[in-house]
Design a protein around this ligand. Structure first.
Ligand SMILES: O=C(CO)[C@@H](O)[C@H](O)COP(=O)(O)O
Ligand SMILES: [Co+2]
Length: 215
């Protein structure tokens, strides 16, 4: 069954605890936390103190999406704050292998994210080291953007690459995910759907999660 990871980027930050508990009760599988540094992407969001604070209010696994330059400097603080998965961007470091290994040294899951324009070949040599690959289906930085359809072909090709090396790594899709494109994403090979506005931007988030899951 497909897993759903609500992105708290679209939550009401003034009521963060309630917003997290709301999606936990509604059947979320993971909590997606978008970390932005104002350099790698033109936006600023959460730091390790926020992650540490919300770690106390929920049992949901934390799926930390680091949209930051020099990710090597942030692995330890986010791991110690309570991340269960740390995903770094391939475009953010020339030392992808080293940073992936450093995530694994913290005994948490390691993911690599690819922007829409980044080809799959940049992760080919480290694919067997990864627990998760995040395919960006929008350009990172903001919630509420329109899904870029070329992500579907990329997911299909990635699924084939993973099957060829017998890898159990999960494919996560992030950006513009809705109940309209969820079935296509699952058919293409996605295991985890991240959704911000499709969950936090509607009145009934339980129905929204159910409709994403029922694909
Ligand atoms: O990483 C990002 C954006 O950079 C995402 O996780 C967004 O938070 C997804 O929001 P929607 O596109 O689902 O509204
Ligand atoms: Co994200």
């Amino acid at each position: 069954m497909i897993q759903i990871a609500p992105s708290i980027l679209s939550a009401d930050f003034a009521r963060l605890e309630q917003e997290i508990l709301k999606v936990e009760t509604a059947g979320a599988d993971l909590l997606h936390i978008d970390v932005m540094d104002g350099h790698f992407v033109p936006n600023l969001t959460f730091g390790p103190p926020v992650v540490k604070a919300i770690r106390k209010v929920t049992q949901l696994p934390f799926d930390v999406h680091l949209m930051v330059d020099k990710p090597e400097e942030y692995v330890r603080p986010f791991a110690e704050a309570g991340a269960n998965i740390i995903t770094i961007h391939a475009e953010a470091t020339p030392h992808l292998h080293r940073v992936v290994q450093s995530i694994k040294e913290h005994r948490i899951q390691a993911g690599v994210a690819l922007n829409p324009a980044t080809p799959l070949c940049v992760i080919e040599e480290i694919l067997h080291d990864l627990d998760l690959i995040l395919i960006m289906s929008v350009n990172p930085g903001f919630g509420g953007q329109k899904f870029i359809p070329s992500a579907l072909k990329k997911i299909r090709r990635l699924k084939t690459m993973l099957m060829q090396i017998n890898s159990p790594a999960l494919i996560e899709v992030d950006g513009g995910v809705t109940s309209e494109n969820a079935a296509q994403l699952k058919d293409a090979g996605a295991d985890i759907l991240v959704a911000g506005s499709a969950i936090y931007g509607v009145v009934d988030c339980q129905a929204a999660i159910a409709s994403l899951k029922k694909v």
